[in-house]
Design a protein around this ligand. Structure first.
Ligand code: AMP
Ligand code: ZN
Length: 460
């Protein structure tokens, strides 16, 4: 049995061969800490947690190193700090924002059953490594200084006659096309319109550090160099797996590869590039303006974290997910059943059918089908497999009591009222049906009528 993973760079599923089986190394881009994480952000957290658990199962817990960074220097953080703590000096306000948001992120992802990564480096603690990388890039002719900025030149990279990969290879774009299609209003100090920032001057009051490359004014790093520096520090120049959401392929990961490969004169940064698909809510793109933007924190007030986890894993990580209340309800029922039959049972070894599904590029829907298959005949195997996937962190009794406390809404009573309302509607007693709708609303239940019948959800 071997692990096969889909690699974004080669666009195929390949057998996973670690550089060193005693030290399997994975880097995943983490959150920018300025606000509550939304349910889309939970997807890479859960997906790469499953991969982390599988790698530990295959290579041994002590032989897998998982690094997920925390981006704590960013314009969005500065804006939030100025807005939320107008009375404080900006640097203090920024510390408050990043501390609070970081804590909240940990509380959320712990509740989702995600193991903490081996290392969670903060960008602000790796400015030295960023400066070092930038110096190497300038010395190698891949980057240049202009008006107190340091810029990376993709064209210099592609002109270099060496082992380096081609800029654009990861995202499958041609640099010539990018040059032709670039915006016309590029910053005047850029030599090429696809050049990107490695370092920039800080505005007064913003966090700032001594600059590299002989720049006198203090400044701060660009986003892409942060990940190259933290991955280098904790995983070395070349490691096994790099992951994140599909939106990060370009420009973030393309630029990470460019920086790391040019700094170390090598062909590859990571051997496998993995990207999760996007999550949408009730068939719509999640966005603040559409009002369907849901945070993990809000969902956790209504659903146990393991329900969110199972709901996420019902879709294979590369496919888009449509996040719906209906699917959450089904996930909750499934977990109720699994808790009842398997939570208090001595777990057996994870079943081969489950492990084999995961080995096939983390085919979690197939693994879940295999779990349903075990339900009838191998409860110990079910218990062991569920634990491998990060479920059953509580006893059956804890699960049941927490569930009742959390909802406060009696589902049976709701269904009874909906049936009464349906009956009233069919005898055209709209006064009565409206009365029941209002009653449900005061109970915190929202109902939706469609051709298929009436569904309900806890009103948000
Ligand atoms: P951000 O804080 O926006 O950089 O996102 C953190 C992580 O969440 C990145 O790996 C993103 O690719 C991922 N992500 C953001 N939005 C979504 C979404 N709607 N669906 C899936 N992944 C997402
Ligand atoms: Zn990154």
């Amino acid at each position: 049995m071997e692990l096969r993973l889909h690699d974004t760079l080669t666009r195929e599923k390949r057998t996973f061969v670690p550089l060193d089986p005693n030290n399997v190394r994975m880097y995943v881009c983490g959150p920018t800490v300025y606000d509550f994480a939304h349910i889309g952000n939970a997807r890479p957290v859960i997906v790469f947690d499953v991969l982390f658990r599988l790698l530990r199962h295959l290579y041994g817990e002590a032989h897998v190193k998982y690094v997920r960074n925390i981006t704590d220097v960013d314009d969005k953080i500065n804006d939030r700090a100025a807005r939320d703590f107008p009375g404080l000096p900006l640097n203090e306000a920024i510390r408050k924002v990043t501390e609070q948001t970081g804590k909240q992120f940990h509380a959320d992802v712990d509740a989702l059953g995600a193991l903490r990564p081996t290392v969670e480096p903060r960008a602000t603690e790796h400015i030295g490594e960023m400066r070092e990388l930038i110096e190497k890039l300038v010395a190698g002719g891949f980057a240049y200084v202009a008006e107190d900025h340091v810029l990376f030149s993709p064209q210099a990279m592609n002109a270099a006659n060496s082992v380096l990969p081609r800029y654009g290879a990861l995202s499958n774009r041609s640099l010539d096309e990018m040059v032709a299609g670039a915006r016309v209003d590029v910053a005047p100090y850029k030599k090429g319109n696809t050049d990107f920032v490695l370092w920039k001057p800080s505005k007064p009051g913003e966090p700032s550090w001594p600059s590299p490359a002989g720049i006198k004014a203090e400044g701060r790093p660009g986003w892409h160099i942060e990940c190259s520096a933290m991955a280098w520090k904790h995983l070395g120049e070349h490691f096994d797996i790099h992951g994140g959401g599909i939106d990060l392929v370009f420009p973030h990961h393309e630029n990470e590869v460019a920086q790391s490969c040019c700094a170390f004169h090598q062909e590859r940064m990571a051997n496998y590039w993995m990207h999760n698909g996007f999550l949408q809510v009730e068939s719509e793109k999640m966005s603040k303006s559409l009002g369907n933007f849901i945070t993990i924190h809000e969902l956790l007030a209504e659903w146990p974290g393991e329900v969110l986890r199972l709901n996420m894993l019902k879709t294979q990580y590369r496919s888009p997910i449509d996040w719906t209340v209906k699917s959450l309800e089904e996930s909750a029922k499934t977990l109720d059943d699994w808790y009842r039959v398997a939570a208090d049972v001595a777990p057996g070894k994870p079943a081969a059918s489950v492990v084999e599904s995961l080995l096939d590029d983390l085919n979690t829907p197939q693994a879940i089908a295999a779990l349903h298959g075990l339900r009838g005949n191998d409860i110990a195997g079910l218990a062991g497999s569920l634990r491998l996937l990060g479920f059953l962190s509580e006893s059956a009794a804890q699960w049941e009591s927490r569930k009742q406390q959390a909802s406060g809404i009696d589902a049976k009573e709701v269904e009874r009222l909906i049936a009464e309302r349906t009956a009233a509607r069919s005898r055209k007693d709209f006064k009565e049906s409206d009365r029941i709708r209002d009653l449900l609303a005061t109970m915190g239940v929202a109902i939706k009528d469609s051709k298929e019948g009436t569904t309900w959800e806890i009103a948000r």
